[in-house]
Write a protein that binds this ligand. Sequence first.
Ligand code: NAD
Length: 297
Amino acid sequence: MTGLVDSCLQETGKGQPLASGNGEANMDMDFTGRVVVVTGSASGIGRACAREFSARHAAVAIVDRDAKNGQQASNELRDKGFAADYFNCDVTSAAQVEQAMNGVVSRFGGIDVAVSNAGIQRYGTVVTLSEQEWDEVLDANLKSAFLVSKYAIPHMLARGGGSIVITGSVQSAAAQRNSAHYVVSKHGLLGLARSIALDFGKQNIRANCILPGSVDTPMLHWAANLDSSPERVLQACDAMHIRGRMGTPEEVARVIVFLASDLASFVTGAAINVDGGLLVPVGGMSFQESGTGGSKV
Ligand code: NAD
C-alpha cells in the first residue's frame, strides 16, 4: 500500500533500514520516512518522545489507553504540521496491540521504531500483594513490551530492520522497598531487550533498555501524593541524584531518540542509565554527604 511514508521516501530518497551498517545509514538523527510507535505517549516520557521524534520528522503513532490525552497529543503534533495519529490501545491486550500495530501499518505504511514505554507504578511486598495486583503490574509493564515487540517486529523485518527501545527504570538494576512487582517487571524488561537483541540482531533489529531515575511526570507526582507530605517526597527524589534534581521527560526522550537512530547503530542489548547519576553513589547520596567514613569532599 502506498502510505504517507512511501510518499515521504519518494520525496526524500531516504528510507534505508535503520542501522544498516552499510555506510548509507542516516547519520543526522533525521527520521524522515520513518514510522515510530510510542506506547504510553498520552503523558509524561512517552509524550515527550512523540514531540522529539516529530521534531526530527518521523511519522509518530501515539499508542495509549487514555483516549482524551492521546487524541490531544496527536492533535498537538498535527497542528504543527507533523505526521501523527492516535491509536486507542490497552497494551495488556494481545488483540488490541495486534490491531494497533496493523492500524499503524495501514496508516503510515510500516513500522521502523517501537518505543515500549507505557507503564504503571504500584506498591506492595510479596506478602501484602494480591495475585491480582501482581498481575496488573506485570501485565502493564512487562507483558505489554512483549506484545508490542511480538506484533511490531514482523513489520520491521518486512522493511529490512528496525529499533526497539524499552523504558525500564533504575529499578531494572536496583530496587526500592515495597515495590516487588514493579521491580520484577522492570528487571524483566532489561532481559526482554537483551533477548530481542540476541534473537533478531542478525536481521538488523536492535533492542535497548533505558534506566531512568526520577522523572518529573504525572506518574511521579501520583506516587508522591500517596505520602502525607508530597513535598518531602519530591525533595528526597531531587536529593538522591548526583545532579541534585530529578530529570525532565525531554531529557529521557532525547536518549530514546538517539538509541532509535542510526547514530546508535552499534548499540544493542544495552542498559543505558538516564538517571542523573542515581545508581552511582555507594550507600546513596545521603550517605555520601553524611561526612562519615572520610567521604567529605
Ligand atoms: P505517566 O503516567 O505520565 O505516563 C504513562 C502513560 O502510559 C499514560 O499515558 C498511561 O495512560 C499509559 N498507560 C499505562 N498503562 C497502559 C496500558 N495498559 N495501555 C495503554 N497505555 C497505558 O508515566 P511516566 O512517568 O511518563 O512513565 C513512562 C514510563 O517510564 C513507565 O514505564 C515508567 O515505569 C517509566 N519510568 C518512570 C519514571 C518516573 O520517575 N516518572 C522513572 C523510571 C521509569
